[in-house]
Structure formats: C-alpha cells, structure tokens
Design a protein around this ligand. Structure first.
Ligand SMILES: Nc1ncnc2c1ncn2[C@@H]1O[C@H](COP(=O)(O)OP(=O)(O)OP(=O)(O)O)[C@@H](O)[C@H]1O
Length: 248
C-alpha cells in the first residue's frame, strides 16, 4: 500500500518558482489499480518521482507498506517496481541482460533471475526479443523490457509512468491485461496518464490532478456521480476545467 500525505514540491526556474505539486494526498491500496489522471504539466510525474524516491518532497510524507520513503529510501526501493518516464534501458544489452542486470542489483541468484525472466517474458509476450540487443527496439519493445526489468524482484508495489504512452492498440490491450494480472496477484499498482479513457478502462480508483492538486478522487462510478453527469469524460472536464486529455 502506498500513501501520500500533503506532498509539496516546487522548482526554481529562471522565470520564477513552479509549484509542481501543491498539497497532494491519496492512498493506493493493494489489489487495486490507482490512476493519477491529469493534463500535461499537472504534477503526475513529479508526484511519482517522489513516490519512488528519485526526489525528496519539500514537505509531506510518503509511506510504502508503512515505511517512510524519506527516512528509509533503500527499503522503499526494494518494495517498488518502477517504470519511469524515461524508460532508460541499456541499448547495448539484450532485453534479457537488461532484466538480469536489475536482478543482480537486487541481489537475486542467477537461477531466480532466469526463472522470473521466463515468467515475465511469457506474460509480456516478449520471447522473440529477449536475446536481441535493445538497440533498435520499437517503443513497445522498450516499454516491455523496462517493465520486465522493473518487476524482476517481484515487488509488492508497482509504479508506472504513462505505461501505454506511444503503444499501438494491440500492445495497449496486452499491457492492460498485464496490469490487471498484477492487480489479481494482490499488488498495489499506481499509474499515471493524461488520457481519461485509459484510466477509466483500467483503474479502480482515479485521482484527478490539476495544477499540482487533487481536484477529485474516487472510483469511475463515484466520479460520475459526484459530478452528476453521465460520462466520466464530462466529470474529467469539469474537474480540471478544460478539455485537455480528451481525444480530438
Ligand atoms: N526539474 C524541473 N524543473 C523545473 N520545472 C519542473 C521540473 N520538473 C517538473 N517541472 C514543472 O512542474 C510541473 C509539473 O510537471 P510534471 O512533469 O510533474 O507534470 P505531468 O503531470 O507529469 O505532465 P505530463 O503529462 O506532461 O508528463 C510542470 O509545470 C513542469 O514544467
């Protein structure tokens, strides 16, 4: 389980201070997919970066399975699988080597790395690319490799920044099935997206973020009710006050 309490993060830029995250609270439960939904620049990536200990919040608290992310970032990282916004796979290594490298960093034995790679490759349908160097991989192939690598140590909590960004329809569907599978294993899954349909199709709980704040949160059904409209699309537009994030 992941909880964020009163998170704040600002950046100083040449033209002034940007309040990227301005008091965000939410809880992501185990066995649930929680979606952070918001337009470009809403503060999703900054929030996720704080959750996975890449950045320290200016204020506020993050707990992963009860462990404070600022006080014990190493323990938190062990409990997390992360698909960062920059996928960052090593091009000179094959997909299998990319996965194994992370497994070794987590102190796994060769045998358990091999076994876990076999499982994840079957789930992600990537047997055909496992032994190819990542140089030249398509976006979908890079994403699959990065996800397999993130999950090699079997983390209880999974954080994915825009997991279906740039994927075609078939690969997006396969990715959704994969995320539902992670949920069925009882993991806590958090993903970000700026596409309303994406989170509506997948998430048990949606946290709508705009301007660094949570403007609404609930299940897709609760959000529809809250905004007393028929579609989640309308609820989203009302919550963020614009039509960003909807297909043209
Ligand atoms: N390192 C940084 N330095 C300065 N400003 C930053 C930095 N990181 C983020 N920001 C600013 O903080 C705000 C929130 O950015 P963030 O990347 O968290 O948004 P996002 O919701 O993930 O957007 P997108 O959907 O476009 O990825 C933006 O105004 C962004 O320009």
């Amino acid at each position: 389980m992941i909880t964020a309490q009163q998170l704040y993060k600002s950046f100083k830029t040449r033209t002034g201070t940007v309040k990227a995250v301005d008091g965000i609270d939410f809880t992501a439960e185990d066995g649930r997919i929680t979606g952070l939904l918001g337009p470009n620049g809403a503060g999703k990536t900054t929030t996720l970066r704080m959750l996975y200990t890449l950045m320290k919040p200016d204020r506020g608290q993050i707990r992963v399975d009860g462990v404070d992310a600022v006080q014990d970032p190493a323990a938190v990282r062990r409990a997390l699988g992360v698909l960062p916004d920059a996928r960052g796979i090593y091009k000179r290594l094959t997909a299998r080597e990319n996965i194994a490298y992370f497994g070794e960093l987590h102190g796994m034995s060769k045998a358990s790395i091999a076994e876990r790679t076999r499982e994840l490759s079957a789930r992600l349908d990537m047997d055909d690319i496992l032994d190819r160097p990542a140089e030249g991989f398509s976006q979908g192939q890079r994403t699959k490799t990065a996800i397999a690598r993130a999950l090699v140590h079997d983390p209880k909590n999974v954080i994915l920044d825009e997991p279906t960004n740039g994927l075609d329809v078939m690969t997006t569907r396969a990715m959704r099935d994969f995320l539902l599978h992670l949920r069925s294993e009882g993991r806590c899954v958090i993903l970000s997206s700026h596409v309303m349909q994406e989170v509506a199709a997948l998430c048990d709980r949606i946290v709508i973020i705009a301007g660094g704040r949570v403007v609404a949160a609930g299940s897709p059904g609760e959000l529809r009710e809250k905004f007393a409209r028929d579609s989640l699309e309308d609820a989203f537009v009302r919550a963020i006050g614009s039509e960003e994030g909807l297909p043209a």
